[in-house]
Design a protein around this ligand. Sequence first.
Ligand code: ZN
Length: 264
Amino acid sequence: MNLVDIGANLTHESFSDDLDEVVISAQAVGVSHIVITGTDQKSNEAALSLSKARPEVFSCTAGYHPHVAGSFDEDARIAVRALASEDKCIAIGETGLDFNRNLSSPKSQLEVFEEHLKLAVELGKPLFLHQRDAHPEFVALLRRYREQIAGGVVHCFTDKKQALEDYLALDMYIGVTGWVCDERRGTELQTLARLIPSDRLLIETDSPYLLPRTIRPRPKSRRNEPKHLIEVLHTLARCCGRPAEQLALETSENAKRLFGIRLG
Ligand SMILES: [Zn+2]
């Protein structure tokens, strides 16, 4: 298998001591490429330097997460633009709207999301998008720019059927995390998974967050890692009613198509 984890926060401090081992154990189960998520200036830079050091294993994104939209100023925009122009940076983001926690004001989130959309238009790269409790505002802005942007993924999709249909109507890709393995809050996603066309489905761990709850025996550490992408794959395969091997092939092809990733 040649799986692609399209979203892992490997610049998180929890990986600072053992990233090499994390990669080795991911590769051992068939995860051959990992897109490292950039969420602020520091992680954008770290993600790019990891990707340049190991281009066959890593690619990265560059952007400002809606949580930190309040700190996105003109200097930040210039810095993101420079990083995002690099070959190893394959998408603009993480960006979008998160009205669940409103760690930045909705107003600044909307402005910063639009700045990222403009960058995606200018650079011709796809978007890595985050949306929580903000579907109406999010889809309205996305719709306005859709014809000009190269495409993108709504990562960690956890929303309702209407949101899914709206994103698919805009021909966006849908990223599924270990949320689908959650027997409490993941049930709706488990039924919606079937509605995602096989050529629009992507899988991700969102490491170190969202450790799949179905892993047996339960891991000692609460930290999620790219190797657990296998658990997402298998759960999702059951939900979709397709063999895991087929889903592995489909999702990797999709990652290659959307992001232009080359697998060795
Ligand atoms: Zn996110």
